[in-house]
Design a protein around this ligand. Structure first.
Ligand code: NAP
Length: 242
């Protein structure tokens, strides 16, 4: 059986990615950290697509939790493969640098960068053995351009982009591709509280994107057709920054 793991699959972009990958024939491992109801809703949507999946609760920033959850799953599924890993879990804790608490710096970097490390380390050996894999990391326009009020988030996403490029070169011969996706403003809980009308005027497309639009891009990168794209970062931002 072919599986895909989507971290932060309970809501927003992660949920849309789960639905897209289920349409592509994948069984879904839906990771979340606290929101069991929303994670179950994602599972319901996956089942509506005729696929199945399971919920895996762990905090991606916690190495022990992540390892235990994924090692237990791998042991219980010796004949199944996790072909696709989407490192999507993320948070923002915005503040100007002069006022940013150290814990907000650490939390954002830990979820993004240690999260990437923990999940990828757990699943990469099997991908290498299978000589096939797709790793897609959810970066951001902030990680390309740097945005004021987001030094922590920009550093985390910028680090994720360069880790993507480095890992891509390590594993390309094993037919594993590693790419990053860099969304601009996407309508999810993460942008709640922002002035959408005012911000939309700064975007050439004059609107926020949808999680489904991001999921289509992730789906293509996850597909066998995208086998010659690796080490890249692909923007999806309505022309905000290219
Ligand atoms: P969202 O709606 O706030 O959802 C965040 C997801 O991440 C939830 O499923 C949440 O799980 C999960 N999560 C948070 N901390 C976690 C942890 N420590 N361990 C495991 N899961 C964790 O966010 P979104 O907008 O869909 O964002 C998804 C990704 O896209 C993030 O990496 C974000 O930085 C990136 N992004 C978003 C935008 C945007 O405009 N929305 C733009 C650029 C990049 P629970 O439901 O259990 O809390």
């Amino acid at each position: 059986m072919k599986y895909a793991l989507v971290t932060g699959g309970s809501r927003g972009i992660g949920r849309a990615v789960c639905v897209k990958l289920s349409r592509m024939g994948y069984h879904l491992l839906i990771n979340y950290v606290s929101n069991a109801d929303q994670a179950n809703k994602t599972l319901e949507l996956v089942r509506q697509e005729g696929q199945d999946g399971e919920l895996l609760r762990f905090d991606v920033s916690d190495g022990r939790q992540t390892r235990e959850a994924l090692e237990a799953w791998l042991e219980a599924h010796p004949d199944d493969q996790v072909e696709v890993l989407v490192n999507n879990a993320g948070i923002r804790r915005d503040n100007i640098m002069a006022l940013m608490p150290e814990e907000d710096w650490d939390r954002v970097l830990d979820i993004t960068l240690k999260g990437f490390y923990h999940t990828t380390q757990a699943l990469l050996p099997a991908m290498i053995r299978q000589k096939y894999g797709r790793i897609i990391n959810m970066a951001s326009v902030s990680g390309l351009k740097g945005l004021p009020g987001q030094c922590n988030y920009s550093a985390a996403k910028g680090g994720l982009i360069t880790a993507t490029k480095a890992l891509a070169q390590e594993v390309a011969r094993k037919r594993i591709t590693v790419n990053a996706v860099a969304p601009g403003f996407i309508q999810t809980d993460m942008v709640e509280g922002l002035d959408e009308a005012a911000l939309a005027r700064t975007i050439p497309a004059n609107r926020f994107g949808t999680p489904e639009e991001v999921a289509e891009l992730v789906g293509f990168l996850a597909s066998p057709m995208a086998g010659y794209i690796t080490g890249d970062v692909i923007s999806i931002n309505g022309g905000l920054y290219t």
